[in-house]
Design a protein around this ligand. Structure first.
Ligand SMILES: Cc1cc2nc3c(=O)[nH]c(=O)nc-3n(C[C@H](O)[C@H](O)[C@H](O)COP(=O)(O)O)c2cc1C
Length: 342
């Protein structure tokens, strides 16, 4: 049997198929089911910057309530109401319970977009037992006056804040929407990111012309969407010190294999598990094993990066050549259609 064991962010994994952040990990039952289905690691659903702010505000109110306790006792004013523990508190409990329940690494996901005190919450995630932090910087720079460099600098600043708070590895899940994705990736790598997760999939709201309303966009991905992250993994493989994780468009074991061939250390999946059920992870892992066997690979390491952009190649020219070749193939395939009838 081929050997699927691998490393991600310095963590030893039984295989490279990782459950990416999704509602499947909202409950302990889902976390257990993912581990039972055979994934190599589990990224929990995200805790948002906004939820951390609310928790920090609550903690502050508790401190203030205690500071006032003596005065209240004297003046017979009713005690200040302390809000219930919120999402951040529940998230920490979920990490503790998940870590106790499964024997694969549990990665906590912290999701934000602005520099601020929320980033230090990563320390609480580490204390709760998270093997690593996935920092999802989900920022849509909607202000058209914001220069690109400011957006990029903000990413590095947030990463520094999280890195300063923890000793466990930190991966950054980032957007594909930069002028120079590669340079941003290298900057984050040099700024201490232990891994890069390519890419965030933006769930843009859309306009429903029937109801004349704006609807949230929660559509599952398709395998065609894997081409963009796969191209960037193929370019970045061998150029970053940290790990590369692929996310988007994994439907079959062959999609996993293609990402590994491009140079991914691990391949994440969410949509396929939501679409087919958690046990689809078993299909992916067993399918990958069968593919390795069929292709004569004894170990996953023999696959990784085999079809990455060669180190000696100029990646810009390489991508351009691919683009030109694709257009030429398109002309050969469809060009005759327009020529018909004159
Ligand atoms: C319903 C749903 C919820 C998601 N929730 C999160 C989340 O909480 N945090 C996060 O970083 N990504 C989240 N994602 C993104 C996935 O982790 C993944 O990166 C993305 O869906 C692309 O992978 P896929 O094609 O395998 O779905 C979510 C995706 C879906 C479909």
């Amino acid at each position: 049997m081929p050997d699927l064991t691998t490393h991600y962010l310095g963590l030893a994994l039984r295989n490279p198929v990782v459950a990416s952040a999704s509602p499947l990990s909202l409950h302990l039952k889902g976390v257990r089911a993912l581990a039972d289905a055979g994934v190599g690691a589990i990224v929990l659903y995200s805790l948002f910057e906004e939820e951390v702010h609310r928790e920090q505000l609550r903690d502050l109110q508790i401190v203030e309530a205690h500071e006032d306790a003596f005065g209240e006792a004297l003046s017979y004013f009713p005690r200040q109401h302390t809000p219930e523990p919120g999402a951040a508190h529940h998230y920490l409990r979920q990490i503790e319970r998940a870590v106790a329940a499964v024997d694969v690494p549990v990665i906590a996901s912290l999701n934000g977009s602005t520099p601020g005190g929320w980033a230090s919450f990563a320390a609480s995630m580490e204390s709760a037992g998270a093997a690593a932090i996935e920092l999802n910087i989900y920022a849509v720079p909607g202000d058209p006056h914001t220069p690109g460099r400011i957006v990029e600098d903000r990413h590095v600043e947030i990463l520094h804040a999280v890195k300063a708070a923890v000793t466990v590895p930190v991966a950054v899940k980032l957007s594909p929407h930069f002028s120079s994705v590669g340079e941003v990736a290298l900057r984050l790598d040099q700024a201490g990111a232990d891994g890069l997760v390519l890419f965030n999939r933006f769930l843009h709201p859309d306009i429903d012309p029937e109801t004349l309303s704006v609807e949230p966009g929660v559509a599952l991905s398709t395998p065609q969407e894997a081409r963009l992250p796969r191209a960037w993994i193929a370019i970045l493989h061998g150029h970053v010190a940290g790990s590369l994780a692929a996310t988007t468009g994994v439907e079959t074991a062959e999609d996993v294999a293609a990402y590994l061939l491009a140079g991914a250390d691990v391949v994440m999946t969410a949509s396929a598990l939501l679409r087919h059920g958690v046990t689809h992870a078993t299909t992916l892992v067993e399918g990958l094993e069968a593919w390795l066997d069929r292709k004569g690979f004894a170990h996953i390491d023999g696959v990784r990066g085999r079809l990455a952009v060669p180190r000696e190649a100029d990646p810009t020219a390489y991508e351009r050549a691919g683009y030109v070749a694709a257009l030429e193939r398109g002309r050969a395939t469809y060009g005759s259609l327009t020529g018909q009838g004159g």
